[in-house]
Design a protein around this ligand. Structure first.
Ligand SMILES: [Fe+2]
Length: 375
């Protein structure tokens, strides 16, 4: 398809800045209306009041917050983990397990990303053994047989690229070694610990079209004697990510993209210095994320733009819902008392609307829509 020929406009009226997200007219709050996330045409509207200053908000567009840490029911099968949000392109589950998986899992529906919120242990898979810890992304290509053996329990955010693949974003001007060097990606090893776990009858739970089939082997099929190729599971920790920042410009969240799939991206917020330019915005700008449903899972730290958000919670801002910093964060719009953010969070931006799963609704914070009051 030919590149889109956007309707050409270059307009400006009234009091306005020339540079987006900087040098806003005194006493104003900027709201962005944009196309295709932060990659298309955009307008910046300057308001005398925060655009989240409603006294009531009713209807299905409301933002949602789910305290996933409160989900109970640990289960050793990932395919019984509750579905939190999903559409045809992406499925997000939150999986608690309190012991090693007794069998193997295989996703025939798409590539699987596991984000380890809590726990540590070992991943055993077709390719060998890989140690994991909190903050790890574990990428499992579609078709891989695998199991987790945590020390004690673990809590995992599961992200499936349904009928699709995970890849890396184009680093563009930054070059291919920025944010994280490909050398930081760890792959499994066929070691002694891998060979030591190869006995016994084994069940393989295969998920296809959302349904689980079970293949039972009289032996453990994780018995590879070798492998070669250019496809393998990888591990990357959020602490390995060296985020891009600008001291003079509040960069859009898309700059933190870690993985891309069809019709959604996974971004990582890692600690970074605040902007220091006096006129630069130091908090996220108000916007309606007009084309994307936005999901943020809060992993660790102090979540600088949100009030009443704890680790293990997830917020969901459906496309079209105007949002921006919470009142406490908004006070620091132009000057931050701290030198840097101290947060780790995983964001999923989906191009198509997401459905909320039943389990998530059971741990929903219904007061979340009111959390901008006072702005
Ligand atoms: Fe947003």
């Amino acid at each position: 398809m030919a590149a889109r020929n956007w309707i050409p406009v270059r307009g400006a009226q009234g009091r306005h800045s020339r540079q987006a997200h900087a040098d806003m007219p005194q006493g104003t709050f900027e709201r962005e209306i944009s196309k295709e996330g932060f990659f298309g045409p955009a307008a910046f509207i300057h308001h005398p009041r925060p655009p989240t200053g409603w006294t009531s908000f009713e209807g299905p567009l409301r933002p949602r917050a789910f305290d996933l840490a409160r989900l109970d029911g640990a289960d050793p099968s990932p395919w019984r983990a509750p579905r939190v949000l999903s559409n045809a392109a992406v499925e997000i589950r939150f999986w608690k397990l309190d012991r090693a998986m007794p069998g193997l899992a295989r996703n025939a529906d798409g590539d699987q990303l596991l984000f380890v919120h809590q726990g540590q242990g070992e991943l055993f898979c077709d390719y060998g053994r890989l140690a994991f810890r909190a903050g790890d992304y574990l990428y499992l290509p579609r078709g891989t047989m695998w199991r987790l053996s945590p020390e004690g329990g673990a809590a995992i955010l599961m992200i499936e690229a349904t009928n699709s693949h995970f890849g890396l974003p184009d680093r563009g001007l930054l070059g291919p070694h920025a944010q994280f060097d490909p050398a930081m990606l760890e792959t499994p090893t066929l070691d002694e610990a891998f060979r030591a776990q190869q006995d016994g009858e084994t069940r393989v739970e295969i998920k296809k079209r959302g349904q689980v089939s079970v293949a039972t082997y009289p032996y453990n099929p994780l018995d590879a004697v070798g492998w070669h190729g250019d496809l393998a599971p990888v591990r990357l920790n959020v602490a390995d990510i060296r985020p891009v920042s600008s001291h003079r410009y509040h960069l859009p969240p898309s700059v933190h993209t870690t993985f891309v799939a069809d019709r959604f991206v996974v971004c990582t917020f890692a600690p970074r210095p605040f902007e220091t330019d006096p006129g630069a915005l130091k908090v996220p700008f108000f916007h309606n994320n007009d084309d994307f449903d936005e999901v943020i899972f809060y992993h660790a730290g102090d979540f600088f733009s949100r009030d009443h958000i704890e680790a293990g919670m997830m917020t969901f801002h459906p496309s079209g819902f105007t949002h921006g910093p919470h009142p406490k964060a908004l006070k620091n719009m132009l000057s931050q008392p701290k030198p840097a953010t101290d947060e780790y969070a995983v964001m999923v931006d989906a191009r198509d609307p997401l459905e909320v799963g039943e389990a998530a609704q059971a741990v929903e914070d219904l007061a979340y829509v009111d959390s901008w009051k006072g702005a």
